[in-house]
Design a protein around this ligand. Structure first.
Ligand SMILES: [Zn+2]
Length: 155
């Protein structure tokens, strides 16, 4: 599979040709901001800076998952801690706020799994922490996604 590479800031981003470069830049800036926020909130830093892989189609996303030794089913993102190409993988088929939430979620998995080291964490803790910060960071971002989660009253 042919991918483009954008290298700047601290994260390298690989993306399929059908992913707009503007989206790549937006996601790269987001993960950098999340990194700063989570370092402050949790008091931990990542030991490895992950590469980001952004795929524009389900076919490319599935192929990337297979490269990482994972079977991708209904996820829109995943974190691959090892394999040939460790990093965070996103399927760019949703609105940008949703992609940012998924990116925050997967980056939190990286921090949690690095923090656990060789200890086995309960899946509920790992998943719950990632989901918690996906929402907290989403609400405190410059473009909070609040309206999507509220029931609006009829006028
Ligand atoms: Zn998760």
């Amino acid at each position: 599979m042919e991918l483009r590479k954008y290298q700047r800031l601290s994260f390298d981003v690989y993306f399929s040709p059908d992913v707009p470069t503007a989206l790549v830049l937006d996601l790269q800036g987001h993960v950098q901001a999340v990194r700063v926020q989570l370092t402050q909130r949790l008091g931990v830093e990542d030991r490895t800076i992950p590469d980001l892989y952004v795929m524009g189609s389900l076919k490319a996303f599935g192929a990337a998952g297979a490269t990482s030794g994972l079977r991708v089913t209904i996820e829109s993102g995943f974190f691959a801690p090892g394999g040939n190409a460790p990093g965070i993988y996103l399927l760019a088929n949703k609105p940008i706020p949703e992609l940012k939430k998924t990116l925050t979620h997967e980056y939190t998995h990286l921090l949690v799994e690095e923090g656990a080291g060789t200890s086995l964490l309960p899946a509920w803790f790992n998943e719950g922490t990632a989901t918690y910060y996906e929402n907290v960071i989403g609400l405190t971002s410059s473009n909070p996604d609040v309206a999507r989660n509220l029931d609006l009253l009829p006028l």
